[in-house]
Design a protein around this ligand. Sequence first.
Ligand code: SAM
Ligand code: SF4
Length: 326
Amino acid sequence: MTSDRFGRNINYLRISLTDKCNLRCVYCMPEDMTFRPKSELLQDDEIIRLVRIFAELGFHKFRLTGGEPTIRANVVDIVDQIVRTAGVQTVAMTTNGLLLNKLAAPLAKAGLKRVNISIDTLNPEKFNKLTRWGKVEDVWAGIEASRQAGLEIKLNAVVVRNYNHLEDVVDLARLTLSQPWQVRFIEMMPFGDVADFQQAGIVSQKELMATISAELGPLSVTNGGQLDGEAKLYQLEGALGTVGFISSVTQPFCASCTRARLTADGRLRLCLLREQEVDLMTPLRDGASDEELKAIIEDGIWWKPWGHRLDDEIIPLNRVMSEIGG
Ligand code: SAM
Ligand code: SF4
């Protein structure tokens, strides 16, 4: 078991399989984003070795993300190997869903349990504008393929003022009336070069709840008021699914945080909204033993920060979201 100095047990690792993406969402990265050369990214065997080491340290929950994890070559094989690692209990993925039409079935067969699929609006033109070129029909095809493959589905929407903060939010919440899905609204977070845009466009949970309730009726707290991961859950009257809010900026959930992140270039990122990272790539490639790597990880986790410093205008500038693995 790996704990930090605040007594939090850290057992959930989110792994960025690549910093690259087949979209350029306006809230995530600039259109002319430059990506790292492949040689700077963790190779398949390096990822699998690190997963084994993290699992031996008590990590049991793993999520693959990016960038877009489905564009990584061998993604099915990587899932298969992670699932078969001793100590690993669940493997999930966060994806834009574009390639799930083909990949959902093989990923489920390899042992993937859950997909969190990003869909910020149901409106094709607005989806295209938010993602800079995506087609919402491709995401729907991916959602349907995931359903048929038996994957558990959650939908994620980042809300950006003047892009999708009104009827789009209502349309997405309405899906929960007829589908047993969790539709989660994510408060936009500021990173790197896109921080000014992100801070100007943030829409709070309070405002979103008022917009949804005005059209669809009251949202009642569910799940006993407990967070589901990072989401606070609510339900519309008679709904099959739930509406979640992930409000990392206005209502941080640091006390219940159990996670750490492994960036595609092999850094252990201790908090999404803080720059502090531990380099695992260099010792890994310099021939460190498992025990040496474990000591570096345990020491890093011990110093995991508490709380973002956005109120003090301290914004993480060293990476954008796609490089960290959101
Ligand atoms: N490409 C995949 C996707 O879009 O789901 C996985 C990587 S993406 C970086 C992971 C999650 O972070 C997505 O749900 C995305 O919407 C969210 N995200 C990206 N930029 C964000 C930002 N600035 N603030 C909050 N969430 C953000
Ligand atoms: Fe790509 Fe996901 Fe970032 Fe959109 S949010 S640009 S899909 S990594």
